[in-house]
Design a binder for this molecule. Structure first.
Ligand SMILES: Nc1ncnc2c1ncn2[C@@H]1O[C@H](COP(=O)(O)OP(=O)(O)O)[C@@H](O)[C@H]1O
Ligand SMILES: [Mg+2]
Length: 356
């Protein structure tokens, strides 16, 4: 009986990639698969970080194929991947959302931006890395829930939870906030790294990361552990918020990290009462977002007004973007559209730079 190529592919699809948990075909670890009578040839292209799992992968491939064709001769050629894979190769864009101060709306922007990108047809994940005040579980109605886990090559790995089509992980699912606040910097940043490597994200167009406010070990460790596509700064129009945001922005752009700033979101830009949707009260002043964008040689992605409904939506676990009132959705849809445009510019610039 001849060996069916498609059956071999299907058998290999049952084997998980040790890093991402995707199957090894999807993760593109298998190359040059060919079948000649009872001989099966393919390469497993692995980064050197997979060395410890080489033998296990070899055995898993052999077993999977022999379960179908006991007489098959399986020839696996191990190759070292030329390109060093980052820790999240299945994620196209990692977007950090940062701020100088707490309470400026970082989580509100992160959550609604994630939902806006999803509405544009993208696959989106949201990582709540704010150890001091994780609010994503509440905003998505997942308080008190625990992520499922599975064992992959002897290691326990966590699976994101899903709400409204967004893949979600929060430190709030793992560590109670009262425990996090007593931990010290190095321990916290160690936890973030561990956390980043432990979660099995699916294929994503965007992973939005809600970082803790200010500058510190957590942000630094995070930026050094994964390759961040860019950061978004959230600020209110107020001078003191801008002053702090500049410091946080400089941390990303300094030579050691070199994370591009994709733009600024000015939150709580003005207050509009429900009864008078055309009124604008500039409670926190004006122009802070534009000012911060100019200082960072970046753009103002958008302004989000202070609207009671935005706060209420977050509190009831169904963010503004999911509310029927378009007044609540529009500011975040604009921010998402601007962000995608900025990313396109960035990609073009990189293209040009590598061509010349
Ligand atoms: N544009 C807005 N309109 C109304 N309330 C808002 C707005 N942005 C944020 N809030 C509210 O302000 C508080 C702080 O926002 P949050 O997103 O948690 O800030 P951070 O993550 O920066 O600490 C929350 O109660 C939130 O619901
Ligand atoms: Mg927050």
């Amino acid at each position: 009986m001849g060996i069916d190529y498609n059956q071999i592919v299907a058998a290999l699809r049952a084997i998980p990639d040790p890093q991402t948990g995707q199957d090894i075909i999807q993760a593109r670890l298998v190359q040059d698969l060919s079948v000649e009578q009872d001989q099966i040839y393919f390469s497993l292209v692995l980064p050197s970080s997979y060395d410890a799992q080489k033998e296990a992968l070899n055995l898993a491939c052999q077993n999977a194929i022999h379960a179908l064709y006991s007489n098959a001769q399986v020839h696996i050629h191990f190759k070292t991947a030329a390109q060093k894979l980052g820790p999240l190769p299945q994620v196209k864009n990692i977007i950090a959302v940062a701020s100088g101060k707490g309470g400026v709306g970082k989580s509100t922007v992160s959550a609604n931006l994630a939902l806006a990108l999803q509405k544009m047809g993208k696959k989106v994940g949201l990582l709540d890395a704010d150890l001091y005040g994780p609010s994503i579980p509440t905003m998505f109605g997942l308080e008190g829930q625990k992520p499922a886990s599975k064992i992959l090559y002897g290691k326990r790995r966590m699976l994101p939870l899903e709400a409204y089509g967004i893949q979600l992980m929060s430190v709030g699912f793992i560590v109670p906030p009262e425990q996090a606040v007593v931990m010290r910097g190095p321990k916290l940043s160690g936890m973030i790294t561990h956390f980043l490597k432990e979660v099995l994200w699916p294929d994503l167009d965007y992973l939005i990361v809600d970082l803790p406010p200010s500058t510190g070990d957590i942000q630094l460790t995070f930026a050094k552990t994964v390759s961040i596509t860019g950061a978004i700064m959230v600020t209110t129009p107020q001078k003191v918020a801008v002053v702090d945001a500049v410091k946080a922005m400089n941390m990303f752009t300094n030579a050691a990290l070199n994370v591009p700033i994709l733009g600024v979101v000015e939150n709580m830009a003005w207050f509009t009462p429900k009864e008078f949707p055309d009124y604008k009260y500039f409670l926190f002043g004006e122009g802070g977002g534009q000012q911060l964008a100019a200082m960072g040689k970046t753009v103002l992605l958008g302004q989000v007004p202070l609207i009671q409904g935005i706060r209420e939506a977050g509190d009831v676990g169904k963010p503004a973007l999911l509310q029927t009132d378009t007044l609540l959705q529009t500011p975040f849809m604009k921010v998402a559209a601007q962000l995608v445009q900025q990313l396109n510019y960035q990609a073009k610039e990189i293209n040009q730079a590598t061509k010349s």
